[in-house]
Design a protein around this ligand. Structure first.
Ligand code: 5AD
Length: 449
């Protein structure tokens, strides 16, 4: 979500005549987009800003430094008061004003700007923010995959989560707007689109509603599915509460919809799920996974889990461990509970001591990693379809792509493979990555001749 927002702001600035700098060392403006979902993310952004102030500002005093996004929204003016090098603080609902504020600061008309006003009532502002495209390609290599925002905000109010306060209430874009943006991306060569929202399964519930037993979200997937030239569709994140049979069934019927789902569970204990205000039970969650695997046996299922939620007992934690074993996730992010300001959980009794949180985190991570590694090993020897995205992030001499079930595969290839769907034989697996062997594919091609 933040990556997409950063792209949108970059595109806005480029449209207004700015150019993307090669690095922060030569930039005239450095904006840090921030996340406040856990304290660690906030501390990282604060440290990075202090570092920019010390390193970049010292040599070039006229550089403009700013915070945008969730931490900007929740801390506002406090950031300028604490860090006097900060010139601009721009909230999640004011991204569309970034270029105007920068112009004013750079022209010397204003010294510092902090705008974190909520604009949830203003449709115009939401649209403006959402509709900015990706930065123009210039000489950049062709983009193969893209994120498209379909909605903003969240109404779920999970008791641990700061997002409803930083992103505001749910509001969805219209289907034709989203389809038009996707069409434009596909016309530029994009092959895979990931539909983005805090809770995509709530998409258009209020604005569009269900039709013939189909939720607005499934109607949207169908509309995007009809775009010629688009090869793959993904979305993130759904909420178990809204994972209806219409969506499960869509995996069986829509070939572009990839066999992959990131379905945050948060806890395996019904008691904790209730305290978290998640709106589903353990059996309901497990039944969704079972249904998905019935429709698509090879579906890759990922999740998020929090350990150390206030009041989590040893027994609750055991329930989470047993859920992880039962669900056999293909990927899982394990988070240490982090107290967030103004959330109900922050003032709940029985906050868990940090040492116990660390202990449970380590134990759960070990369990998760064993399962994930075992599931990854099963790919060795199989042939899988990947969409080649570009050079590998870890080793730019190689290329990487993703399987339909969202596994990264690294292989020896060349730039001309970018954007291609290829069948690769998996020759080995490390902890998180698969390695494919195009030489074997080459041999197979010869065999066929
Ligand atoms: N503490 C720890 N993890 C959190 N998440 C959200 N809020 C918190 C918090 N206060 C995690 C959830 C969510 C993911 C994006 O971040 O697991 O799914």
């Amino acid at each position: 979500m933040n990556e997409r927002d950063s792209e949108a702001v970059a595109a806005q600035l480029v449209a207004k005549g700015y150019t993307l700098a090669a690095s922060e060392a030569v930039a005239d403006v450095v904006l840090l987009n921030t996340c406040s979902v856990r304290d660690g993310a906030e501390q990282k952004a604060l440290a990075k800003m202090q570092n920019l102030a010390a390193e970049v500002r010292r040599n070039r005093p006229n550089v403009v430094l700013g915070f945008m996004g969730c931490m900007a929204q929740s801390r506002g003016q406090e950031l300028i008061d604490k860090l006097p090098d900060v010139d601009l603080v721009i909230g999640t609902q004011k991204f569309h004003r970034t270029a105007d504020y920068l112009d004013e600061i750079l022209a010397g008309r204003r010294d510092k700007v902090c705008d974190v006003e909520a604009e949830s009532g203003s449709e115009a502002a939401i649209k403006e923010h959402l509709l900015y495209g990706n930065p123009p390609a210039n000489d950049a290599p062709r983009q193969v995959t893209a994120f498209v925002s379909i909605m903003q905000g969240c109404n779920q109010y999970c008791t641990f989560c700061i997002v409803p306060y930083t992103r505001g209430p749910e509001r969805s874009r219209a289907i034709p707007d989203i389809v038009a943006e996707c069409q434009e991306l596909v016309a530029r060569g994009v092959k895979e689109i990931t539909l983005l929202g805090q809770i995509v399964t709530s998409y258009g519930r209020r604005e569009i509603g269900a039709k013939d037993g189909e939720s607005a979200f499934v109607q949207l997937i169908e509309a995007v599915h009809a775009i010629g030239g688009l090869e793959r569709i993904r979305f993130t994140s759904p909420h178990p509460k809204g994972y209806g049979d219409d969506l499960v069934e869509a995996y069986g019927r829509l070939p572009k919809l990839c066999e992959s789902a990131h379905l945050p569970v948060q806890s395996g204990s019904d008691r904790v799920l209730k305290l978290m205000h998640r709106g589903y039970t353990r059996p309901r969650y497990l039944s969704i996974i079972e249904k998905l695997r019935r429709v698509q046996p090879d579906i890759g299922i990922g999740t998020d889990i929090i350990v150390g939620f206030p009041g989590e007992t040893e027994e609750d934690f055991e329930q989470t461990l047993s859920l992880v074993r039962e669900a056999q996730f293909d990927q899982a992010f394990v988070f240490k509970y982090s107290q967030r300001r103004d959330t109900p959980a922050a003032s709940m009794p029985d906050q868990i001591p940090q040492s116990l949180i660390e202990e449970r985190h380590a134990e759960l991570l070990k369990t998760v990693n064993e399962i994930v590694a075992r599931k990854l090993q099963r790919f060795v020897g199989q042939t899988v379809q990947i969409l080649v995205e570009g050079p590998s992030r870890k080793n730019p001499a190689r290329l990487e792509g993703r399987t339909r079930c969202n596994r990264i595969v690294v292989f020896e290839g060349s730039e001309r493979h970018r954007g291609e769907l290829m069948d690769l034989r998996i020759c080995r697996a490390s902890a998180h990555t698969l390695y494919g062997d195009p030489a074997i594919v080459g041999l197979e091609a010869e065999d066929r001749e």
